[in-house]
Structure formats: structure tokens, C-alpha cells
Design a protein around this ligand. Structure first.
Ligand code: ARG
Length: 573
């Protein structure tokens, strides 16, 4: 909110110096050193360069315009520094007013957007019939965080789990079922048996081209509606869905739509026909291909044997989504290894004439083990997602048992579940999504540092102040007046005012780690406030009340912010 305010004040002033003020507004940043002020801008330097003028002169003439425009008295001080920086120091009064304005607002001052968009968020989207593994964490938790933030900001968001429920794994499993099934094992643990068959057939296929061919034929039969294969598919699917839904329930992640690849099967011939009619698809070596500038290989939409491909389904999915939801944006939260697929897909859609549809591949890197290689079990298998959840929870339980005296025994299990899963989600979300990261239980559950545990602990500590103070957070705040008596109170207040800014930053390029980084900074500001400013033993009633209100606002911001990342706070820890 501070940023938007300063920007709207600066925009008309910049407009006197340039035709593209927006370009320069991005140069407004926070001061690293509070000695220089709260915000700084170096646009006078860039303007001077393009206009061949002296930067300090430009900065000085802006300065007087800024002071004249600042009728609200937002700034205590604006100065020109060094080669032509503008340094802005906010006035304490303005901070107090702004914070008081939002102190009773449930949304903590975050206004819903005035230009809501319809956004389809394609996320999680595992290939079913195999248990979910570590690779599924990223799309699932990053996607869900974006879902929650965008929705909170007032967009119409449709979360769609685009299941891989129609792929070649089914041909393999059907082949395996017909030749190697263990009915008993299937009765006991259906998905375990299906994935055993999958692995078994995978091995055999690699060694024997005939088996590979037989599997392809089974997939083909399924796709063309063969009754036996379709019946098997229909028999397997409910178990596959139960399997993933159990994980989604534990993660508290739910979708508006779960439309898997199978849903689009009937549309595939039409897609290829349409591409041909528009002259986009041409035959090459018997296959139907879309040749795209900048790509050596074409995007294949139908193979020689008639089979349709991943890209064909994705085109059909876009067609359906356009008809059904009229989206402005479709986001695909998918592994970076699929970058080329999405580039080609998006290029094709643009050639089809959908210029105004924003398509974005929100891509992410790999989860690595402590040895910096893709995270695998000792036997070389990928690590199951449920096992990871169990381990995180059991480690959280052990830490709580050892350190916490506050948790009543009947709450222990629930708290451990919450903290374990929060740690795992947060460890993923808080990374720059495009980088690989190293999976470490110790790091994710650390009480200090940028972890969910640290933030949940900060929240619980604030709740315990309230328990001790006898103030009921639900009712007793109306008479409390904010005051700034110490630099840490000021720093905390400024940080509280930056919540909406952090949310904007998180959706700008679809990076929820900007929200987690903000919450971490907020928790740090709170921590120095707490060290420097006694709350319950404040020097007088007024200061005590003001500090209680700051505590309350911090707790609410942490709780709402974590919630938008899909993480729940705990009252005691
Ligand atoms: N099922 C795919 C996979 O596991 C991801 C699907 C992503 N979404 C899409 N519309 N292509 O690799």
C-alpha cells in the first residue's frame, strides 16, 4: 500500500520528464539502510542519461514538485543524495494513520483488484496409477499457493487438476494385468499392485521390443473404445483417484475441476482436422505435424499409427476451457523440463488467432537429495509423497515432544500433523521456483530461519501474550490507539503496511516465494520489536495497548499470509 501511494504521487511528476513514467516507477526500491530513509529511487540518473542532463539537477527539480504534491504529508523528509538518488522518509504520523486505517480490517488493507481476470490454474496434474512421488510436491503446493493468493486478490480462479489418466502407462498396466496380475494383492492394495505391474512391464519392455509393441496396442485399444480395456480402465480409476485424494486431503488442497486427459478423448480427431483445415498441420513421414518457426522438430499431433499425443490433448483442453470458462489467462504449473512443449503449444494457439489469451508456463526446478542429485530412495526409486509427509510429521512430533510444554496432550497429534506438513509445503514454496532445491527435514523444521516452523512459532508466541494479558483479541481492540515510541515499533509498522505490496509482488510473475520472504521479514521485525519493547510490562497503559495492537496485527498478518500459502497456524506450540 505504501508503494502504490508513493507511485501515484510520483507518476504525474515523472510524466513531466518522460513519456513512459511507468518504466521509471519500477526503480523505486526500499532502502537497505534505514539511515538513508525508507524508500529510494535512482530514476533521475537514468533520465539524465537519456536526456543528457545533470542527474542531481533533475532530482532537485523533482524534489520540489514532490514536496508540493505531498499534501497528505506522507513524507517527513525527501532528499537528493549522492549522484542523484532521491531518498524518501515516511512521516510517523502518516504511518500511524495508515496503520490505524487497516487495524480493524479483516483483509488487512488489501483491496480486491479493480480488474479481475478469469484465470485457469492447471496444477498438480499427476500421472495416475502410480503413487504420487516427491516430484509432485512442487506443482501441487506452488499451484495451490497461487490459487489462494489470486483468489484473495479478487480474481475468478479455476483450479483444474489435469490428471494424466489416459496415457501409455495404462496400456502397460493393462498388459501387465492380463499377464502377470496377482488378484489377491490387488484386493489388498490396488494401487500398489498396479504400480508393481507398471514397474514389471517397464522392465520387460526395455528388454523386449515385442512386449513394448503389445503395450502400445493395449493403449490403442483403450483409446479406440475396446470394451475389455475400457472396463479395466474404469475398474482401476476409482482406486487411482482414492490414492491421490488421500494425499490432497492431508495437504488440504482441493480443486474446482479434475478433468483428466481422458475427458478430452472425443475432441482429439476434431483438433487434428481443424489444424489441417487452417493449414497449420501437415503430413510428414505419415505423422501429422505442426512446424513452428524457431523449433527444429515439429509438434506432432497424430502419429503414423493414428495415435494422438500429449500436445493434441493440451490443444483440446484449451479449446474446452475457452468454450467453458472464457479465461483471460491459463497458468500451467509444470516442471521446467516441459518448457519446449509449452512454447510450441502456446505458439500454435497464437497462430490459431487467440492473441488476447495469456498463456504462461509457471515452471519450476527439481527437488534434490542431500547429495545434490535428484531425490531418490536408496534403492534408486523416486521417493513416495506419502512417506515424505509421514516422515515430516514424525519429526515434527519428536521436536514438539522434546521442546514444547505448551501443547495439551490431546492436541499433540493434530499439531504435529499441522507443523510437519506446513514445514514441507513452506520449504518448497519459499524457494525461487525456477531453481533446484535440496530437500532437508532438518532445515525445513528449524525453529530459526525462513521456515514455516519459525513463523508458526512467532504466531503462537503472540497468542500466548494475549492469553497472559487477559485481553480478548476478538473484542477489546476498539479503544487501543497506536503509538510509535521506539524505532522497532516503527519498523514493524512499516512492514505491516507492506502486506498488499508483497501479495502484488507474488502474483506479478507468479512467484509465491515473494510472499514467504515478506512473512519472514515481518517475523524478524516482530522479533526485534519483541526484544526491544516490553509489551505486558510497558511503561504505561497506552503504550501497552498500542503494543498489544501491533502484536495482534502481526499475528493476523502471519496467519492470513500463511493461509494464502496453504499453511495453517497453531495456537500453541
Ligand atoms: N501429467 C503431466 C505430467 O505428469 C503434467 C500435466 C500438466 N498439464 C498440462 N496441461 N499439460 O508430466
Amino acid at each position: 500500500m505504501i508503494r502504490t501511494k508513493i507511485e501515484s504521487l510520483l507518476a504525474p511528476i515523472l510524466a513531466e520528464f518522460t513519456d513512459t513514467p511507468e518504466k521509471y516507477l519500477g526503480m523505486l526500491t526500499r532502502c537497505n539502510d534505514p539511515k538513508f530513509g525508507d524508500y529510494q529511487a535512482n530514476f533521475a540518473m537514468s533520465l539524465a542519461k537519456t536526456q543528457g542532463k545533470n542527474p542531481r539537477e533533475i532530482a532537485s527539480s523533482m524534489l520540489s514538485n514532490i514536496l508540493a504534491a505531498d499534501t497528505e504529508k506522507m513524507f517527513a523528509k525527501v532528499e537528493v543524495a549522492g549522484p542523484g538518488f532521491l531518498n524518501f522518509t515516511l512521516s510517523d504520523d502518516w504511518i500511524l494513520h495508515a496503520l490505524t486505517d487497516i487495524s480493524h480490517d479483516e483483509r488487512l488493507g488489501v483491496l480486491p483488484t479493480d480488474s479481475p481476470r478469469t484465470i485457469i490454474l492447471d496444477y498438480s496434474s499427476p500421472n495416475v496409477a502410480k503413487p504420487m512421488h516427491v516430484g509432485h510436491i512442487r506443482s501441487t503446493v506452488i499451484g495451490n499457493a497461487l490459487y489462494r493468493i489470486l483468489k484473495f486478490l479478487g480474481h475468478r480462479v479455476i483450479g483444474d487438476n489435469h490428471l494424466g489418466d489416459w496415457g501409455t502407462q495404462f496400456g502397460m498396466i493393462i498388459y501387465g494385468w492380463k499377464h502377470f496380475r496377482d488378484e489377491n494383492a490387488f484386493q489388498q492394495a490396488p494401487v500398489t499392485e498396479l504400480s508393481r505391474l507398471y514397474r514389471l512391464v517397464r522392465e520387460k519392455m526395455d528388454a523386449d521390443e515385442q512386449i513394448a509393441d503389445a503395450c502400445r496396442k493395449e493403449t490403442e485399444r483403450l483409446h479406440s473404445g475396446d470394451s475389455e480395456n475400457l472396463a479395466l480402465w474404469k475398474r482401476f480409476m476409482p482406486f487411482c483417484l482414492d490414492e491421490i485424494n488421500r494425499v490432497y486431503d492431508r495437504l488440504d488442497i482441493h480443486f474446482d475441476e479434475t478433468l483428466g486427459e481422458s475427458f478430452y478423448n472425443d475432441r482429439l480427431p476434431g483438433i487434428v482436422r481443424m489444424l489441417q483445415e487452417k493449414g497449420l498441420a501437415t503430413e510428414s513421414n505419415g505423422a501429422m505435424c505442426v512446424f513452428l518457426p524457431g523449433h527444429e522438430n515439429p509438434m506432432i499431433v497424430q502419429k503414423k499409427d493414428g495415435a494422438y499425443l500429449y500436445a493434441t490433448t493440451d490443444l483440446a483442453t484449451i479449446e474446452y476451457r475457452l468454450e467453458t470458462f472464457s479465461p483471460d489467462t491459463i497458468l500451467y504449473v509444470v516442471d521446467h523440463r516441459q518448457s519446449e512443449h509449452f512454447e510450441m503449444l502456446f505458439q500454435t494457439v497464437r497462430l490459431l488467432g487467440y492473441e488476447n489469451l495469456e498463456l504462461r508456463h509457471v515452471r519450476f526446478g527439481t527437488v534434490l537429495g542431500e547429495d545434490r542429485r535428484p531425490f531418490k530412495t536408496r534403492s534408486g526409486d523416486t521417493v513416495g509423497l506419502e512417506g515424505l509427509l509421514d516422515e515430516a510429521v514424525s519429526r515434527a512430533r519428536a521436536i514438539l515432544m522434546e521442546n514444547s510444554t505448551e501443547i495439551p496432550p490431546e492436541k499433540m497429534e493434530e499439531t504435529a500433523q499441522n507443523i510437519g506438513i506446513a514445514a514441507l509445503k513452506y520449504a518448497d514454496i519459499s524457494q525461487n521456483r525456477e531453481s533446484d532445491y535440496i530437500f532437508s527435514y532438518d532445515k525445513m523444521l528449524a525453529m530459526n530461519g525462513n521456515t514455516a516452523t519459525y513463523m508458526q512459532y512467532a504466531y503462537a508466541r503472540i497468542q500466548s501474550i494475549f492469553t497472559k494479558s487477559g485481553v480478548d483479541p476478538a473484542t477489546d481492540f476498539s479503544h487501543m490507539v497506536l503509538k510509535l515510541t521506539h524505532p522497532s515499533e516503527r519498523a514493524l509498522s512499516l512492514e505491516l503496511l507492506r502486506f498488499s505490496e508483497a501479495l502484488e509482488a507474488a502474483v506479478k510473475d507468479y512467484r509465491p516465494n515473494f510472499l514467504s520472504a515478506y512473512l519472514y521479514e515481518l517475523a524478524n521485525c516482530y522479533s526485534s520489536f519483541f526484544e526491544n519493547c516490553p509489551v505486558l510490562r510497558a511503561e504505561n497503559e497506552e503504550v501497552r495497548n498500542s503494543r498489544l495492537l501491533l502484536c495482534n496485527m502481526t499475528a493476523r498478518t502471519i496467519s492470513l499470509g500463511l493461509n494464502l500459502l496453504g499453511i495453517h497456524v497453531v495456537e500453541r506450540m
